[in-house]
Design a protein around this ligand. Sequence first.
Ligand SMILES: [Zn+2]
Length: 70
Amino acid sequence: MKTKKVGSAGRFGSRYGKNLRTNFRKVEDQKTGGWECPSCLKKTLKREAAGIWKCKSCGYKFAGKAYKPS
Ligand SMILES: [Zn+2]
């Protein structure tokens, strides 16, 4: 098998970059995607800070994980 112009480092870089993008998008989705409030059960939960979650509807605030409420 012949080596491409980019070589083994280039192939690894491409794969690594794709994974990185996928992971980043997953985190972004979790940050903004509607999580269910444990108090009023509406999907209005928002991440206020890393590990702090607040419901926009009832104002319920609690500590969770950095990118997930629980
Ligand atoms: Zn709520």
